[in-house]
Design a binder for this molecule. Structure first.
Ligand code: NIG
Ligand code: FE
Length: 421
């Protein structure tokens, strides 16, 4: 068969491929992936079938039907993988932003019945159609930033019926536009308002009334928020253990505001990712790396401390030196990060967490794919992978995080299809 799409004249083709496809990138490997100067990528239907230097392009595979994309000497890389979002919610929290600017803290607002619980009220009051409409709006925004695969958590329903509805909305959103959506069940975000002060009973309700009704093939991950005001390490361990027995992959929001030990607990259970980690110490990171054999990815969310006016950022540099695989994400949600700009997260990771540009780019592609179990499909450019590609408007990888807050995306290709702007 002939090429259906060819991206040519790639000034730098960032493959994110290290030749070690069987584990997430850690240590030196996070920056040692191959880039090809003056390269091309060829696709047949939705798959990459060839890539390399332009001089080696097999022009006999081109036909009048081949879609030609000229990268004009600029950077080409895999589509971004956004591995941690709370995509589906009603309302917004602009009012709380004002309160935060006046000095109230995230946990104070939550303890007063606001925060996550105020979004729960707005979400329960919204129709599924309205929630879907907003989710599609946000997905279109992510796509313009070059996101081609995205994880979407539930967690603003906090009762069995609404949580199941939010997962259905996420799945429907995935079917109705090109960005691939991977749903995660985060019913254990905080105890539902009907279970105020009874977190253990709330988790028991989820474990008996929701988890058995979910199919891990459709909703592959179960997540929990382990924090003061949310769930304890002991409760989280019990709940995640039950989820694992039922065949789900595990995720945790942990060490966001305090070092409680949630990351290590989840890694010991084989969690695919531990997320936030702002208060995870370098010693704790080394223990996580050891207990997980380097399989658990720490998903760092640099826009969250920025938006919460918090000084403490996850010590990403120390995590990398400790051999912990790291990914980066926005954590898009109405409370702690209303931004979809994953490029900004890349820049802030360089500025505040000690990432180099090359490391940060691997963290939003290859390792982000590992963090949501999509490493076979996306996150790097190699034969057989899905043809999810971006053409940027900068000539080198190093320049990407320099243009703080800009969107460098010129062209987005998803599954071999060139997307319109
Ligand atoms: O990942 N930390 C817990 N959950 C979300 C925020 C949710 C919200 O404030 O609405 C997070 O930051
Ligand atoms: Fe989150």
């Amino acid at each position: 068969m002939a090429y259906t799409l060819l991206v040519r004249n790639c000034g730098e083709l960032l493959t994110m491929d290290t030749g070690r496809p069987n584990e997430p990138l850690r240590g030196r490997a996070l920056r040692d992936w191959h880039s090809i100067p003056n390269g091309y990528v060829a696709c047949e239907q939705d798959r990459i079938v060839a890539l390399g230097p332009m001089a080696e392009l097999d022009t006999t595979q081109l036909t009048p039907a081949t879609t030609l994309v000229d990268a004009a000497g600029q950077v080409v890389l895999p589509g971004l993988v956004e591995c941690h979002t709370h995509l589906v919610f009603g309302g917004n929290r602009a009012g709380e932003f004002q309160r935060k600017l006046q000095g109230e803290s995230y946990l104070d607002i939550l303890a007063g019945g606001g925060g996550i619980l105020s979004t729960v009220r707005a979400t329960r009051a919204a129709t599924p159609e309205a929630l879907l409409d907003r989710a599609l709006h946000h997905l279109a925004g992510f796509r313009r930033y070059g996101v081609t695969t995205l994880e979407a958590k539930s967690g603003y329903g906090l009762d069995a019926e609404t949580e199941l509805c939010l997962l259905e909305v996420a799945r429907a959103a995935g079917r109705q536009q090109p960005v691939r959506v991977v749903p995660t069940f985060l019913g254990a975000h905080v105890p539902g308002p009907e279970y105020h002060g009874r977190p253990t009973e709330y988790l028991d309700m989820l474990a008996t009334e929701v988890l058995p009704h979910l199919n891990p093939a459709a909703v592959p991950f179960v997540d929990i928020f382990c924090e003061q005001g949310a769930f304890s390490v002991a409760d989280a361990r019990r709940y995640l253990t039950r989820a694992r027995e039922l065949g789900f992959g595990l995720k945790i929001h942990a060490e966001q505001l305090h070092e409680l030990g949630g990351c290590e607990m989840a890694a010991a259970l084989g969690a695919v990712s531990i997320d936030h980690c702002d208060y995870l110490s370098p010693a704790g990171a080394a223990r996580v790396a050891a207990v997980s054999g380097g399989r658990t990815v720490a998903v760092l969310l640099p826009l969250v401390p920025l938006f919460l006016r918090q000084e403490q950022y996850a010590p990403g540099r120390a995590f990398i030196e400790a051999g912990l695989p790291v990914a980066l994400s926005t954590d898009f949600n109405p409370g702690s990060c209303p931004s979809k700009n994953l490029w900004l997260a890349v820049s802030v990771a360089c500025l505040k967490m000690g990432f180099t540009p090359r490391e940060a780019l691997a963290a939003v592609t290859c390792n982000a794919a590992w963090a949501i179990g999509q490493q076979q499909e996306c996150g790097s450019l190699a034969r057989g992978k899905r043809a999810d590609l971006l053409v940027l408007n900068v000539p080198t990888a190093e320049e990407i995080p320099y243009w703080l807050g800009e969107n460098p995306v010129q062209q987005v290709i998803i599954g071999g299809q060139l997307q319109s702007a």
